[in-house]
Ligand binder design. Structure first.
Ligand code: DC
Length: 231
């Protein structure tokens, strides 16, 4: 039987990481984990409960009260994020969460909380996880690390088109400002900032469609899987 590996996919906001990760997990029959959804659900809990982002005691107490779970949705054929038993998949994608999530994700206690759960999900390998620190912090020994990039104007257009579907009134300027702000915060924060792992393969999808990107990444994954000797 083929060896199962860990595939870590990192990169800036809206460069197609989750789409790629999901497709690879499906093809390989691996578990897919969108770690951004976890930070978004935590941010939603903090916003709903007015947790001050600078109050360590309130943050610690809040984290103890949060249970995160992914549950497969057969209708959409993807996993939905559940926060304390409630499906929050739609709400965590809304702008009020997007505007605060980077700030919440920069809190050390929040990262420790999320990273511990992410690492537990990978103990049996056979997982494709996407985020910002997967190849550097969560799984520094992942067999395959991808760093996905795309031209900022392409990323903006993709994200804008995606958000338009649920919010026809959204302005492109608003989306652009949010992307810029998150990129900056995610890559300059003190704890586990977004950065390319030294052993990551760069996948620039500016001129690739989804199928081409998938093909290239799968080629790398299969090479890696085949290179692992059976014990
Ligand atoms: O991938 P996304 O846009 O849904 O992620 C939401 C936010 O969560 C993003 O602004 C940065 C943060 N994040 C993080 O800090 N570390 C991760 N592993 C995943 C996401």
């Amino acid at each position: 039987m083929e060896k199962k590996i860990i595939i870590a996919i990192d990169g800036f906001s809206s460069c197609g990481k989750s789409t790629l990760a999901k497709a690879m997990a499906k093809a390989l029959e691996y578990v897919f984990v969108d770690t951004g959804a976890m930070y978004r659900a935590i941010a939603l809990y903090f916003l709903r409960n007015n947790i001050p982002f600078n109050d360590t005691a309130s943050i610690e107490a809040a984290l103890h009260a949060i249970e995160l779970r992914f549950k497969y949705n057969s209708a959409s054929q993807k996993s939905d994020m559940y926060l304390n038993g409630e499906n929050v998949e739609q709400e965590i994608r809304e702008m009020q969460v997007s505007q605060k999530v980077s700030e919440v994700a920069s809190i050390a206690a929040v990262r420790d909380f999320a990273v511990a759960q992410q690492q537990a999900m990978g103990v049996d390998k056979g997982i494709v996880m996407d985020g910002r620190d997967i190849g550097t912090v969560v799984f520094p020994n992942a067999e395959l690390k991808l760093f996905v990039t795309a031209d900022p104007t392409i990323r903006l257009e993709r994200r804008y088109q995606e958000l338009l579907q649920t919010n026809p009134a959204i302005l492109k300027e608003e989306v652009a400002a949010n992307l810029q702000q998150r990129d900056l915060m995610d890559s300059t924060r003190e704890h586990s900032p977004l950065k390319q792992a030294s052993d990551a393969l760069v996948l620039d999808n500016t001129n690739l469609d989804r199928a081409q990107q998938f093909e290239l990444a799968m080629q790398w994954a299969m090479e890696k899987i085949k290179s692992i000797p059976n014990e």
